[in-house]
Write a protein that binds this ligand. Sequence first.
Ligand code: PLP
Length: 462
Amino acid sequence: MTVLDSLARTHVPGALPKLVTALPGPRAAEIIARDEAVLSPSYTRGYPLVIERGEGAVITDVDGNRFLDFNAGIAVLAAGHAHPRLTKAIREQAEKFLHYSGTDFYYQNMVELAEKLAALAPIGGRKRVYFGNSGTEALEAAFKLSRYHFSQGQGDGRGRDKMIAFFGGFHGRTMGALSLTGSKSVQKKGFGPLVPGVQHIPYAYCYRCAYGKQPDTCAVECVKVIEDTLIKHILPAEEIAAIVVEPIQGEGGYVVPPVKFFDELQSVARRHGILIIADEVQSGMGRTGKMWASQHFGLEPDMITIAKGIASGMPLSALVARADVMTWKPGAHASTYGGNPVAIASSLATIELLEEELIENARVLGEFMLGRMREWPRRFPTVGDVRGKGLMLGFELVKDQNTKERAPQLRDRIEQLAFERGLLVLGAGQNSIRLCPPLVISRDQAEFALDTLEECLRLAQN
Ligand SMILES: Cc1ncc(COP(=O)(O)O)c(C=O)c1O
């Protein structure tokens, strides 16, 4: 049975949560106590989930409690837990060879995935692909390639080293990527000086427009600022290498910009020969009901960074760039593990599943869920905004719908209440909850999640 068939089924046994202990259960509590003594205190755990195994969108914890997973390991497990096609592909590749550093040697599936990603990427003309292991590595590579490209007499030949990024944007935590990140200051505190030359500007966060505009008065000031302020006063256009932008902001709170934001951004970039890097680490690989979120907005970047859903749980990332931009010389950039063959086998199987049915499932169930969620601001005074595409959905908690005062504690409470009811969700931004389930969820599971969240909203506001 296909995933789309399962939409028609009314109930799949074992597909919904069942809690059998208080939370955390005794085994979970014991593991968490050991974790607290030895793991890095920089990790941010919202609730005491200790996973034992997963199947589809269902997780069983070490005490036998069953949860519905609307996190997908932070928007990673596109094909869900333990998909038989993925485990088969991983096992078969593991039995052949585990690793052979594709940066120094050759293997076939690395070429196959590069060909596939080059064909799929929303970039015109010939493309080339660089592989890493994590999102931050893809951004690091994009940052380096942008500077390298202009240092080699490309473009107008003068060399450009400045980058424009957005407040609320999250691009990773290694030094280059962290310099691009404009999310939470705790992520930067104590790590400076960061890589110089990055200028952040407000994103098209229309619910909280930095320029105080409404949709009918908006003249895309958040892009106009590049020419009217930055270029005019502090940042010569011929020094700007690239603009890094998430087509939908992920960690920033699942913020969806209007199409005209990207129209303007592309016009400004083209006028000044600036590259556009679309960071699709969270929004890519079918999550939004299209392969790339860029496709919702007619965004045609020069480079795209991909990770998370790319291999549905195996560590892999990619930078796809215009071939005339990715011209760095042998030795300029590489990584021992980047493009690991087992991760690539998982990625090829993931892409097959996405194209066969999972992107469509994300589109159909995303529309269904958003349709119901759109009623929430009317039904719940604490829901300020609801937004998303496909199965990249978010809602924002506020103390008052008129003042839009943020309600981060209420958000945390709802996350906790959902956990206590067997639904796993995660915060994003200062006061939003994101819903990023595996793309294999059924309609029953989507309904359960909505029912549960509505119950939590009712309870939390009392
Ligand atoms: C848009 C975006 N870019 C980059 C990253 C960094 O990815 P990673 O945590 O794999 O380094 C993330 C992670 O959340 C992300 O959402």
